[in-house]
Design a protein around this ligand. Sequence first.
Ligand code: AMP
Length: 326
Amino acid sequence: MKRILTGLKPTGDLTLGNYIGAIKQMIKMQDEYESYIFVADLHALTVPQKSEELKNRIRNFIAMYIACGIDPNKNVIYLQSDIEYIPCISWILECSTYYGEASRMIQFKEKSKENANFSVGLLTYPVLMASDILCVDTDYVPVGIDQKQHVELARDIAIRFNKKFGDTFKIPEPLISAAGTKIKDLKDPTKKMSKSEENPVGVISLFDDKEVIRKKIMSATTDSEMRVIFDEENKPGISNLINIVVSLTGKTVKDIETMFVGKNYGEFKKYVADIVVEKVGEIQEKYNKLINSKELDEILDKGAKKVRELALSKYAEMREKVGVVR
Ligand code: AMP
C-alpha cells in the first residue's frame, strides 16, 4: 500500500465546508492508502498565537477529525511537536536549501507583504514541511494547488541531499486530488464558506448548536423564484443547499428536484436543516465522548511512538552522512 501524509493546520473552528470538501475525501483515502495524519502545530507558530487558545484548538481539532470519521485504526495520527527530531531534521535540510529558493515561495512572498514584521519562520516553514514529508518516507502528499510548490521544494531538497550524501530520502509526489464540492457561504453564496469569515451567520461550524444551525439554514439567501432547481449561476443559494444535501445523503440532484416540485423554499430549507442537524449532531456526539477521554491521548501517544522511531532513524542516518556525530 502506498503511503500518504496530510498535515492539518489548527486555525479556527472546522466548518461544514471543511467536512464536505476535505475531511470526506480523507475518509475515502484511508482505505486506499497507508495514511499519516498530523496536526501541524509548529507551523501554526509562523503567525502570533495565544498559547492557551492554541492548546485547546489543537485538541479540539484532532478530536473533531476523528469524530468526523478519520479512523485511528486505519491512520497514524500524531502531533508534529511530539516528534522532537523533526526540527533537527529541518535544520540540516535548511542548510541544504538556498535562501533564493525559500524566498521564491509564493506564499512567503504574499504573506511577508501583509505584515512587514514577519518572522524568519515564515521563510523557513516550507523546509519544516519538507522535514515532515521526508522523515516518514511518504509516497504522496495530497495538497491543494496552493501547496504544490512546497511539495516541489521538498522534492528538490531531497534530490539534492541524495545526490550529495547518497540515497537517504524517498522522493515524494504531490497528489492533486479531484476537488471536492465547494460549499458556499449561506448568506453570500457567491463566496466560499470559510472558517475565517468574520460574520458567522453564513457559516456552519461543526461546533454550532442544533438551533443555531437550523436558524442559519432557514435564513439562507435564496432567490425570488419558488423552484428548487440546481442552477449555480442564476440560483447560487438554492444550488448550494442542494449540494449540501447531495454531499451528506448520497441523493442525486434529480432526486431532490423531484422531491420538491411544487413545494416552497421554507419546506426545502427545513428538509436541509434536518439533514445537517442530524449529521452534525452525530459528529458532536462522538466528539463529546472523545474530547476529554484517555482514548484521545492514547491515539496520539501511539502515533507519536511510531513516527518518532521513523524520524529518529532518519535523523541518525542524516547525522552520520553529514558528519555531525562523535
Ligand atoms: P481551510 O479551512 O481554508 O484551511 O481549508 C482546509 C481544507 O478544507 C482545504 O482542503 C479546503 O479546500 C477545504 N475547504 C475549506 N472550506 C471549504 C468549503 N467551503 N467547501 C469545500 N471545501 C472547503
